[in-house]
Design a protein around this ligand. Structure first.
Ligand SMILES: Cc1ncc(COP(=O)(O)O)c(C=O)c1O
Length: 385
């Protein structure tokens, strides 16, 4: 069987919860959704939470709620999933890509500063991505955001379960809004799903209206005419169903267990890869517990005169499905054509892309699988020094 870079884990509790919901009277937005939102608020220490149909929908709605429009500039890292940039495009604003830093693979604060000085008041928001589960330099980002009065967003899709100094609610200490994705390869899953968490009541109520077609004042209207509903904004159907929320509720109970196991696997990988200097392991810091959404190994293929493509083919032949997270946004045809981005402007992202390989890490990965993966990788590089 192929060992994928990531995988979900479903147990009997998950099955029972979903089945009970399927047998209930409400399978779209209902009690499971409300309870799931309350449990998310508690775990991630937010005042408000809106669950939605995906992490992409969450980002789209954030831009809508903040009224992004043509001419607005939104800063985001060059290394992230497409959705982080696409949400800017959906709102007709301008994507401004920022290089990542060398070691943490997160948005480079010096480049953020440069870009703000270049675009000045047009910059409306910074989206940081806690890449692979390792947090951005949020202290510095918050300072910058405060100085220039810019909204700070944490696309936290990789880092549910990450903690700074033991605090799993760290993200909203710095960012104004955070977004989650509950896609199956993430820290925990709802199948498809996402959420927006914030301490800002106005933003939250806008999001709750926009995820449900832009319909407002339903209760008030019902008193006037029982059938009445009023659409005030152009909204969407981005609701999460109670079936997905039921799964999310039992999955959330396991998040700490999932993260603990991922840390255990990362420790074994680190210990082995650190033996050879051409491997670079993910960043570590005693104050940070990473969710290890990914285990991003960096290999200096150029120096070793090895070909990354050959390595991937070799892994595939050996039933190991690695991946690259991510192809830099500026290399994607849509963005390259529209913005005329030049790779020379992103030196760290370029090196990252040459070297990065995401190797399997997930809760149900067995010890014998880890041993096998290590054996195969070390075999491939056996003649390298
Ligand atoms: C950083 C980041 N942002 C946004 C998303 C989008 O989430 P979803 O797949 O739930 O739409 C992802 C998903 O892979 C992601 O990794």
């Amino acid at each position: 069987m192929v060992i994928n870079y990531g995988k979900h884990f479903i147990d009997d509790d998950d099955l029972k919860n979903v089945l009970n919901t399927l047998k209930s009277n409400k399978i779209t937005q209902g009690p499971q959704t409300i309870n799931f939102e309350n449990e998310l608020k508690k775990y991630f220490k937010s005042k408000f939470c809106s669950v939605v149909s995906s992490g992409t929908a969450a980002l789209h709605l954030v831009g809508k709620a903040l009224n992004w429009k043509e001419g607005d500039v939104i800063l985001l890292p060059a290394i992230t999933f497409l959705a982080t940039a696409n949400c800017v495009e959906y709102n007709n604003a301008t994507v401004c890509l920022v290089d990542v830093n060398k070691n943490q693979n997160t948005i480079d604060v010096n480049d953020v500063d440069r870009k703000i000085r270049k675009y000045r008041k047009k910059v409306k928001a910074i989206i940081g991505v806690d890449y692979a589960g390792y947090p951005c330099d949020w202290i510095k980002l918050k300072k910058i955001a405060k100085k220039y009065k810019i909204v700070l967003i944490n696309d936290n899709c990789h880092a549910m379960g990450t903690a700074i100094k033991g605090d799993k609610g760290y993200a909203l200490k710095y960012a104004d809004i955070i977004t989650h994705s509950y896609h199956p390869v993430k820290s925990f899953t709802t199948g498809e799903g996402g959420a927006i968490l914030t301490n800002n009541k106005i933003i939250d109520s806008k999001i709750k209206i926009l995820r449900n077609h832009g319909i407002v004042n339903r209760e008030k209207s019902e008193k006037l005419k029982p059938w009445l509903y009023q659409m005030k904004y152009l909204g969407f159907n981005y609701r999460m169903s109670d079936i997905n929320a039921a799964l999310g509720r039992s999955q959330l109970k396991k998040i700490d267990k999932f993260v603990k196991k991922r840390n255990k696997i990362a420790e074994i990988y680190d210990k082995n890869f650190q033996k050879l200097k051409f491997f670079e392991v993910p960043p570590r810091n005693k104050d940070i517990l990473s969710s290890y959404h990914l285990y991003n190994l960096k290999i200096d293929f150029k120096k070793l005169k090895k070909n990354k493509r050959d390595f991937f083919i070799y892994l595939k032949k050996n039933l190991i499905n690695a991946q690259v997270h991510y192809i830099p946004i500026y290399k994607q045809p849509y963005y390259k054509n529209k913005y005329k981005f030049k790779h020379v402007d992103y030196p760290n992202s370029e090196i990252f892309y040459q070297n990065e390989v995401s190797i399997p890490i997930y809760y149900s990965l067995k010890e014998k699988d880890i041993t096998y993966i290590l054996k195969k990788i070390f075999q491939y590089f056996s003649r390298c020094k």
